[in-house]
Design a protein around this ligand. Structure first.
Ligand code: F6P
Length: 339
């Protein structure tokens, strides 16, 4: 029997926005149209779906969007998608508009909503969109590259003034549950300490000892990159200043990391993933998520993807420390210090 061709698809962005989401939307719209599909843009994530905030998209609707940050469709975190009534309403609207296939661009939470829709017979494909890089089945998520570059540039600037004033700076980067931005910046910015939600042991004395030790060895600044999930940067700065005598300031980078024009990598990878999502729907696949693993774009079953676990790379943690603290001191250096 010939496979039933999907005629109409929808696309939405859900959860926290991420630079590059527009490239993915654009790809879904244009690749879908090129394959002869009708494409609906759904505003404000699942909330907009339930409220029928839906627009049929033409190719020109996504002109001049690839270079823009944020998401032109808007996004939301939708609590109703956790309820049977919410799911029933979302399915009802899909049927009303003839939406047979749905591309959901977002993180794990958005995938969970997509999986529920798939259980009700809507074909769904997830595309990983989050600056946190915390989706287990993929080594790339839309927005991480831009966000980590934004954070890196900001930290460079804080470091300049920190050195001039011989201060310690605690710089808080995003990542409520994941330390990827913090760790990558730790390596890229040469931070003296990095605090990751996955690993931090709340031993502040260790930080204090490092600062005192580095001061003794003539370092004029001390950069601590703190992930949002550890938090409390302001009070930590006050305690560290009191214990070390080194002036200490906290800087919270916040939402600036989620905005801005996407990098080339985010534009290209997001475009590829958007097209792949359409190709999967066109091939009659459902309950899939698009991923990037070992140098290739690929896809997984959504349940399999949600069951996967991801942990921060221990080797990267190790080199982050060794490159800034001189953990691996030569015998000669150790002898010098003893003198
Ligand atoms: O997009 C991911 C993220 O930035 C997390 O790092 C952060 O914890 C969260 O979103 C905060 O987003 P919001 O304040 O929009 O809920």
């Amino acid at each position: 029997m010939a496979e039933k061709k999907i005629k109409t698809i929808g696309v939405l962005t859900s959860g926290g926005d991420a630079p590059g989401m527009n490239a993915a939307i654009r790809a879904v719209v244009r690749h879908g149209l090129a394959r002869g599909m009708n494409v609906y843009g759904i505003k404000r994530g699942y909330t907009g779906l339930m409220e029928e905030d839906i627009k049929e998209m033409k190719a020109s609707d996504v002109s001049d969007t690839i270079e823009k940050g944020g998401t032109v469709l808007g996004t939301a975190r939708c609590k109703e998608m956790r309820t049977p009534e919410g799911i029933a309403r979302a399915v009802e609207v899909c049927h009303k508009y003839g939406i047979e296939g749905l591309v959901v661009i977002g993180g794990d939470g958005s995938y969970r909503g997509a999986e529920k829709l798939a259980n009700e017979g809507i074909n769904v494909v997830g595309v990983p969109g989050t600056i946190d890089l915390d989706i287990a089945c993929t080594e790339y998520t839309i927005g991480f590259d831009t966000a980590v570059n934004t954070a890196m540039e900001a930290i460079d600037k804080v470091r300049d003034t920190s050195s001039s004033h011989e201060r310690c700076s605690i710089i808080e980067v995003m990542g409520r549950n994941a330390g990827y931005i913090a760790l990558w910046c730790g390596i890229a910015n040469g931070a003296e300490d990095v605090l990751l939600p996955e690993r931090y042991d709340y031993d502040e004395q260790k930080l204090i000892d490092n600062i005192i030790d580095n001061r003794r060895r003539g370092k004029t600044h001390h950069i601590i990159i703190n992930a949002e999930g550890v938090g409390h940067s302001g009070s930590m700065a006050r305690r560290i200043e009191a214990a070390t005598g080194m002036e200490t300031r906290a800087t919270i980078l916040g939402y600036m990391q989620r905005g801005g024009s996407p990098t080339c990598k985010d534009r290209v990878y997001a475009s590829t993933m958007g097209c792949l999502a359409v190709d999967l729907l066109a091939a009659g696949k459902t309950k899939r998520v698009v991923s990037y693993c070992k140098g290739e774009f690929c896809d997984f079953d959504i349940n399999e993807a949600l069951a996967m676990k991801k942990d921060i790379d221990n080797y990267q943690i190790e080199i982050c420390g060794s490159l800034s603290h001189n953990y691996y001191k030569s015998e000669a250096a150790l002898k010098d210090e003893e003198l």
